[in-house]
Design a protein around this ligand. Structure first.
Ligand SMILES: CSCCC(=O)C(=O)COP(=O)(O)O
Ligand SMILES: [Zn+2]
Length: 211
């Protein structure tokens, strides 16, 4: 099996799992997986498609600049530039971007802080952090319809082979060394967001919560 087919199948499996969680509202979301290092090529979701559906045109191979590396009539994700920043600056192997109601609420509630901070949750161990009461932080950047502007700000927060950035009232982009790690981290962030949204609702409902 060629490396492209192998990576296609790996990304298709992750896409099907995220679709089963219903994390691809209204064609939102984009995923990618690195295929070769030198030259850098990666498979990225085609733009504007319903990512809950599975077709043989779900992904296309692009180069380090995000341009199609093969003849195709589908367009790469409108946010491919964010993926190129990650692959260009790190040794990441997979990038996942989803819009969920919870990640949008958290991005809005904590936008003024420029980050959202979580601690004391067992799920934090999913990030490989095992200290007692460990703390994790995710930066929140302004959304921008101009993708090069958004990508320039985004790139400031890309400094490791694993990471995540929340885009205000837009979605989360998570990356990892491979698809397994990227999906694990995405699920952990979405767990923390969902937990915090429910805590805020309970607090508003004047339900006493342990500090
Ligand atoms: C309706 S979602 C607007 C575009 C977006 O934010 C997204 O994640 C999906 O865009 P793509 O070009 O990758 O389909
Ligand atoms: Zn998006």
């Amino acid at each position: 099996m060629s490396i492209v087919v192998q990576k296609w199948n790996e990304l298709a499996e992750v896409k099907a799992e995220l679709a089963a969680r219903d994390w691809f509202f209204a064609t939102s979301g984009n995923l990618s997986i690195k295929v070769t290092n030198d030259p850098l090529t990666f498979l990225v979701t085609a733009s504007g498609k319903d990512k809950r559906k599975q077709t043989d045109e779900d992904f296309l191979l692009v180069d380090a600049a995000g341009r199609p590396a093969e003849q195709t009539h589908v367009k790469p994700s409108a946010e491919t530039l964010l993926h190129t920043k990650i692959y260009g600056q790190t040794n990441a192997g997979c990038v996942l971007h989803v819009h969920t109601v919870d990640n949008n609420i958290i991005s809005d509630v904590y936008a003024q802080n420029g980050e959202a901070v979580f601690s004391g949750q067992e799920i934090i161990k999913a990030f490989g952090i095992w200290e007692e009461n460990a703390e994790v932080r995710i930066p929140i950047i302004d959304n921008d319809a101009d993708i090069p502007t958004l990508a320039a700000e985004f790139a400031k927060h890309v400094d490791g082979d694993t990471g995540a950035v929340l885009i205000h009232n837009h979605g989360i982009t998570v990356w990892g060394r491979d698809a397994f790690e990227a999906k694990k981290h995405l699920e952990a962030w979405e767990f923390l967001f969902s937990w915090q949204v429910k805590r805020l609702l309970l607090q508003r409902a004047a339900v006493p919560l342990a500090d």
